[in-house]
Design a protein around this ligand. Structure first.
Ligand SMILES: C[S@@+](CC[C@H](N)C(=O)[O-])C[C@H]1O[C@@H](n2cnc3c(N)ncnc32)[C@H](O)[C@@H]1O
Length: 290
């Protein structure tokens, strides 16, 4: 009986042509293409962006990179939000060996080097929700990789702590060298210079894996089983009642001791905000519906 030749396994840094790889938050898709070129195939690659296909016109090379990826057999998805991706119709039933988010950043207003802006909670929220979703999309022994700058203010995001909240353990932290990924062009992704690169400086690849013992211990001690920080996706928050029209995040607390509910459709939960009987602002963060 004829036996099928195993496909020649090809590697680029931490990634094998035998891995099922999910890339999220892609810019112009040049990182995905760099992996695909190294494998001479993209049939094991699912590459996604938050941007719609039309929005990707902001990157000069996105269309041609997508075209090449498509020819190599990649699955390409747009409008994929890392905060909800495990519910995405194409991704919901898939598991991956590697899930990669290169240089997560929730966007900015004003000067990028303004420390107040960069240290903003929304970046941490983004990564926390990414971890929470990605953790559920991993195969056994799968890994989540985040490429991240190591200097301040980025180190203040404390990814290890965020991972811990999703029962993920830091396995390894290795230097990130852009030369290892021929063709990759890192992108700012937001603002008028979105197609320009940002200065990489010292960056590293942080590798996280599932920590079942931590999850088991958390269940035993009834530690909360979902992200607990604020949510920073105001455009997706639907006000159910009482929240004034300028609802952003955090929502404006109403006067009086009434409570307001915010339905976060991404996270499928409702939280209550308001004042207690002494008029003190409270964030009960009560999950009413999952
Ligand atoms: C600094 S850019 C990096 C882009 C690209 N990963 C790279 O390395 O060139 C940050 C990226 O995070 C993406 N992003 C921000 N919020 C996101 C979210 N909620 N879900 C998915 N991607 C998101 C942006 O669309 C942008 O592409």
């Amino acid at each position: 009986m004829a036996t099928r030749e195993p496909m020649n396994e090809k590697w680029i840094t931490h990634y094998s042509s035998n891995h099922q790889i999910l890339l999220v938050g892609e810019g112009d898709f040049s990182f995905s293409l760099s992996l695909a070129n190294a494998f001479a195939s993209a049939s094991n690659i699912c590459a996604t962006s938050l941007d719609s296909y039309d929005d990707l016109k902001k990157y000069k090379n996105a269309a041609s990179n997508l075209e090449k990826l498509s020819r190599l057999g990649a699955t390409l998805l747009h409008r994929v939000n890392v905060a909800t991706m495990k519910l995405h119709p194409v991704l919901a039933n898939r598991k991956f060996d590697r899930i990669i988010f290169n240089f997560p950043h929730a966007g900015f207003k004003g000067k990028e080097d303004n420390p107040d802006m960069i240290g903003y909670r929304k970046h941490r929220d983004l990564v926390q929700h990414f971890f929470w979703n990605a953790r559920r999309m991993l195969r056994v022994d799968g890994e989540i990789h985040v490429n991240h700058k190591t200097g301040p203010p980025y180190c203040l995001w404390n990814l290890k702590e965020l991972a811990d909240a999703s029962f993920l353990a830091l396995i390894q932290c290795v230097d990130f060298n852009i030369e290892d990924y021929p063709g990759y062009r890192n992108k700012r992704g937001d603002g008028p210079n979105c197609d320009a690169p940002f200065r990489l400086g010292k960056s590293c690849t942080l590798k996280f894996g599932v920590c079942p013992r931590a999850e088991k211990a958390a269940k035993a001690t009834r530690r909360p089983m979902q992200p607990t920080s604020g949510f920073n996706y105001p455009q997706r928050n639907l006000v159910v009642n009482h929240i004034p029209s300028n609802h952003g995040w955090p929502p404006t607390i109403p006067s009086g001791n009434q409570f307001s509910e915010v339905l976060d459709r991404n996270l499928l939960l409702v939280r209550k905000y308001g004042r207690d009987s002494n008029g003190v602002e409270t964030n009960r963060g009560r999950i009413l519906r999952l």
